[in-house]
Design a protein around this ligand. Structure first.
Ligand code: NAD
Length: 256
């Protein structure tokens, strides 16, 4: 379905971003990867699907580096057809103790980076009258939790950004939608589980159970593959008129 198209997935060296990149590659899309940590392993995993893969290590908190990444993608593939804004970080603390530099970093990486990639990707998408912007928000883009002020603000912000971009492109073949996962067992969440286990002096297994019980009625994690499947749907002709939506895969979290 996406043969000959190019998808740029921010934060695709790990977790959900990698899962989405793999599912888009299975549909034939060439991939521009981004993110920190091990690059060669995930890159080989995607390349094994028979598509072209390029990597750019832009730091999503730095607008100039984001611009360089977008130019790099244009040079390599001629333009981005599918933009997945996925890179994100978390920090948990009550607001009075929240380090201001953590606030700035979360807003920059989880929200402002999507503004920069989108403003730079939309002209090409408009020109060819087809494009998909998929923002990885969160259940925390729809409801809040204590201790996550920056994350909740950024995720609500990206849902708003998604809606605005969807309206601006509503008469074109460009769509913008958000994916709102509940818990997904990635390094970002494993850290929260490990912190909980240490804080409450319980096993990691018990902490995992508690984490799910607290928010997620299904008591199950969503997988990166399932979220990749949702991204593939947003790219399909069936989703041509799905615009400005924030779709949850959260085991019932936000239905409560
Ligand atoms: P992860 O830690 O496995 O992956 C995060 C990715 O972002 C990595 O590739 C990392 O290198 C990259 N990244 C971090 N900071 C970056 C920066 N400054 N510049 C470029 N890349 C950077 O986490 P994940 O759980 O896969 O999270 C991916 C997205 O999904 C995030 O936006 C997160 O908020 C969102 N999300 C996660 C969950 C969950 O339960 N794991 C739930 C809802 C939403």
């Amino acid at each position: 379905m996406l043969k000959g198209k190019t998808a740029l997935v921010t934060g695709s060296t790990s977790g959900i971003g990698l899962g989405i990149a793999i599912e888009l590659a299975k549909q034939g899309a060439n991939i521009v990867m981004n993110g920190f940590g091990d690059v060669e392993g995930p890159k080989a995993q995607i390349a094994a699907l028979g598509v072209k893969v390029e990597y750019h290590g832009a730091d999503m908190s730095k607008p100039a580096e984001i611009e360089a990444m977008m130019n790099f993608a244009d040079e390599k593939f001629g333009g981005i057809d599918v933009l997945v804004n996925n890179a994100g970080i978390q920090f948990v603390s009550n607001i009075e103790d929240f380090p201001t530099e953590r606030w700035d970093a979360i807003i920059a990486i989880n929200l402002s980076s999507a503004f920069h990639t989108t403003r730079l990707a939309v002209p090409y998408m408009r020109k060819q009258n087809w494009g998909r912007i998929i923002n990885v928000a969160s259940a925390h883009g729809l409801v809040a939790s204590a201790g996550k002020t920056a994350y909740v603000a950024a995720k609500h912000g990206i849902v708003g950004l998604t809606k605005s971009v969807a309206l601006e492109t509503a008469t074109t073949g460009v769509t913008a939608n958000a994916i709102c996962p509940g818990w997904v067992l990635t390094p970002l969440v494993q850290k929260q589980i490990d912190d909980r286990a240490a804080r409450e002096k319980i096993t990691v297994e018990q902490a995992t159970k508690e984490l799910l019980q607290e928010k997620e009625p299904s008591l199950q994690f969503t997988t990166p593959e399932q979220l990749g499947g949702m991204a593939v749907f947003f790219c399909s002709p069936a989703a041509d008129n799905v615009r400005g939506q924030a779709w949850a895969s959260d085991g019932g979290w936000t239905a409560q």
